[in-house]
Design a protein around this ligand. Structure first.
Ligand SMILES: [Zn+2]
Length: 333
């Protein structure tokens, strides 16, 4: 893994390289882009570039030295990743205090420290305030990287103290190359994943799983009839979400994937409903035909229901009830 293995994100890399060349590498970065687009992986490369002991070119990790290996393995003493606790909805102050304390430590290998904050979208006012002093007067050599999905979700106090680096979804050709690297080579699979993943590698890989692909087929199959069964649909969705395990975060991510699948189906359906030609696989076309009978207004309403559900997934609502209600709205005829 090296800069050359990271597809896309050239502008982001150039931005940091330019700063490095000018001796102006920042001490606080906000990496902004959709989930699964590759921000975390990019942050790891960035950290290697900072710590590499034998860079073959400026700001380029060698991928051979102990420092590079330790960053990748997650064992480098000066690189720490902090996340929102599993059982909490917010990035709580206790963890923010750990970040501050960690960055204040003397670097074990003498090249500074890098801390990564995942889920920066969930920083609350208290934890953001805790970080402010560190962001304003960072210890020498300290770099804090925050990963977020949007600048809108950030408190202005954080936003004004960070340099923003934006990560765009990968274009289809780039995403395909990444997936081919990962061993997905079937052209039909590649097309489907590109279409469903919105340019995000993480999402595409999650969707490439056989169980997920099978689920999607069953999900769409629910709509290949004139009268879809809300009860069966809700059961199917809830079982799939429950399969993600005990952790709330994993379940919520799965629920979001389900809603994404529904939205993609409805997008095709809408096109058919207004007289267009359906794309996608047989099951999708079949579902689209039935939606077209119901009419474009109902398709648009169904899309609205999905968008609303997606927004609620990350709140404290009970997923099971949320999906039951969604199933009801989608099956109303
Ligand atoms: Zn190295």
């Amino acid at each position: 893994m090296a800069w050359t293995d990271i597809r896309g994100h050239d502008a982001s890399r150039q931005q940091l390289l330019t700063a490095f060349r000018r001796g102006r590498l920042g001490h606080a970065y906000l990496f902004v882009g959709p989930d699964g687009v590759g921000k975390r992986r990019f942050a790891v490369e960035f950290t290697k570039a900072v710590f590499c002991e034998k860079p073959p070119a400026e700001f380029t990790p060698c991928d051979q030295c102990p420092a590079c290996a330790q960053v990748v393995a997650g064992t480098h003493p000066d690189f720490t990743i902090f996340s929102r606790p599993e059982d909490k909805q917010e990035f709580v102050i206790e963890v923010a205090r750990e970040v501050v304390a960690n960055l204040a430590l003397r670097p074990a290998r003498g090249r500074g420290r890098v801390c990564l904050i995942e889920d920066a979208d969930t920083l609350n006012e208290e934890s953001a305030n805790c970080l402010l002093k560190t962001l304003e007067e960072p210890p020498p050599g300290a770099v804090l990287i925050l990963l977020a999905t949007s600048t809108d979700t950030q408190l202005s106090t954080i936003l004004s103290r960070c340099q923003v680096v934006r990560f765009q979804p990968l274009v289809a050709a780039e995403l395909k190359l990444v997936l081919i690297d990962q061993g997905i080579t079937e052209p039909a699979d590649l097309d489907r994943l590109v279409r469903l993943s919105g340019g995000c590698v993480g999402r595409a890989l999650a969707l490439s799983d056989k169980a997920v692909a099978d689920f999607r087929h069953s999900l769409l199959n629910q709509f290949t009839t004139a009268k879809p069964d809300a009860f069966a649909l809700a059961k199917l969705m809830n079982e799939f979400v429950a399969d993600a395990g005990k952790e709330s975060k994993a379940k919520r991510e799965r629920a979001s994937v389900v809603v994404g699948m529904l939205l993609e189906m409805l997008r095709v359906a809408l096109r058919v409903a207004i007289g267009g030609v359906p794309d996608g696989e047989r099951v999708e076309k079949e579902a689209a035909k039935h939606w077209a009978v119901v009419g474009d207004e109902r398709v648009a309403e169904a899309m609205q229901a999905c968008v609303e559900a997606d927004r609620l997934i990350d709140r404290r609502v009970q997923l099971e009830i949320l999906l039951e209600r969604l199933a009801d709205r989608l099956c109303r005829r």
